[in-house]
Design a binder for this molecule. Structure first.
Ligand SMILES: Cc1cc2nc3c(=O)[nH]c(=O)nc-3n(C[C@H](O)[C@H](O)[C@H](O)COP(=O)(O)OP(=O)(O)OC[C@H]3O[C@@H](n4cnc5c(N)ncnc54)[C@H](O)[C@@H]3O)c2cc1C
Ligand code: SF4
Length: 333
């Protein structure tokens, strides 16, 4: 393994300084290490410095705030899945967290690491293929096996976004707090992830030296006298029952009052380089009486702009079926 300097800052400011210190080296954040160390061991990256967030205070834990929930980036996936408030009020997030990877990875992996993990594209993960994402001059996947690539949103690079929690957070109006050398900023989750059309070498809007510190979730509001807080669900299709990434996943969240859908948010994973908002499904559901909802029809609206490749047309069928199931579940008596 390529040797690197390992650092354990005790403050956020120290962590940011270590990520940007001169002379410049390839400095990387490590949280649980379940993805970063794989990349180092597989020879995909060779950082000069690794900056642990383990000793930085206030990055861990889930706190109820006036506005909702604030989740520290170092909170483990297992803690997220088990938290009673998340299970009750943000069910899709608990289901996404509880069903990802393996118990061992959920125990060490963090929410910040899950959102910032790198893509699983075979060619990206192979040390001998210097593809566009690694600064090379071509995409090797297009001429290879396209089974796991995106069906929409590709632009020179055709990865799918790998994080289950990101898809669930996308239907919850989550915001991402980020700290860097110039202070802190907060991004809506839809602006946090960037596709290859913006920058083929990265998947988030993070600038060099920036750290995700917290993920905030607004409290689900009850919808008038005849309404309940929105209910949500996360469904995932994968090849193996455990320890496997989504072929396709869906997070759906519906707020229903007096038998009418007042709020609809639906997002898909496994189909695009970023979590994909299924706007056509949302438009169909918004304002519709649940007695008039045709879940199968909603499913057909999942991916109107899909352009499948030779080996991944199955993703469109899967997305249709998962959306149908999610809508049927949330609108059932
Ligand atoms: C066998 C296997 C199966 C898996 N299955 C799934 C699955 O089904 N679904 C799924 O979603 N994931 C899956 N994963 C991925 C796994 O969930 C991630 O590896 C894990 O969540 C990463 O968390 P970590 O804390 O270990 O991150 P690390 O490995 O420490 O970091 C991951 C990346 O995020 C960056 N990073 C970490 N924290 C921050 C931060 N606070 N701010 C900015 N950047 C940061 C690091 O620099 C690194 O690039 C799987 C992984 C394996 C090995
Ligand atoms: S899809 Fe993206 S990550 Fe995969 S080989 Fe092509 S450029 Fe590289």
């Amino acid at each position: 393994m390529h040797p690197f300097q390992y650092t354990e800052p005790q403050t956020l400011a120290e962590a940011v300084a270590l990520l940007t210190a001169a002379p410049p080296v390839d400095a990387r954040i490590i949280a649980g290490g379940s993805d970063l160390l794989d990349e180092v061991k597989e020879g995909i990256i060779a950082p000069g410095r690794v900056v642990s967030l383990a000793g930085v205070p206030d990055l861990d834990g889930i706190a109820e705030t006036d506005g909702g929930l604030s989740i520290g980036a170092m909170t483990t996936i297992a803690d997220l899945a088990a938290h009673p408030v998340i299970r009750a009020g943000y069910t899709a997030l608990a289901e996404a967290a509880g069903g990802l990877a393996t118990p061992q990875i959920r125990n060490v992996g963090t929410l910040g690491g899950n959102l910032n993990q790198r893509p699983r594209c075979w060619y990206y993960r192979h040390p001998l293929t210097p593809c566009l994402k690694k600064g090379g001059d071509r995409c090797y996947a297009l001429a290879g096996n396209t089974k796991y690539l995106c069906v929409t949103g590709g632009d020179r690079c055709y990865i799918v976004h790998p994080s289950d929690t990101a898809v669930a957070l996308s239907v919850m109006e989550a915001t991402i707090e980020v700290a860097g050398a110039d202070g802190s900023r907060t991004l809506p989750i839809g602006d946090f992830f960037v596709g290859p059309g913006v920058d083929v070498t990265r998947e988030t809007a993070l600038e060099p030296g920036e750290v995700v510190t917290r993920i905030n979730l607004p409290r689900p509001a009850a919808l008038g006298a005849g309404g309940q807080p929105p209910g949500s669900v996360y469904l995932k299709a994968r090849e193996r029952e455990a320890g496997d990434f989504a072929l396709v996943s869906v997070a759906a969240r519906l707020g229903i009052a007096d038998g009418v859908i007042q709020q609809a948010a639906v997002a898909l994973g496994g189909v695009a380089p970023v979590p994909y908002r299924a706007r056509a499904v949302e438009e169909y559901l918004q304002g519709r009486a649940i007695s008039a909802v045709d879940a199968a029809h909603a499913g057909t609206l999942a991916l109107p702009d899909a352009r499948p490749m030779t080996d991944n047309g199955y993703k469109v069928v899967m997305a249709n079926n998962l959306v149908k199931q999610a809508v049927a579940r949330l609108t059932a008596g």
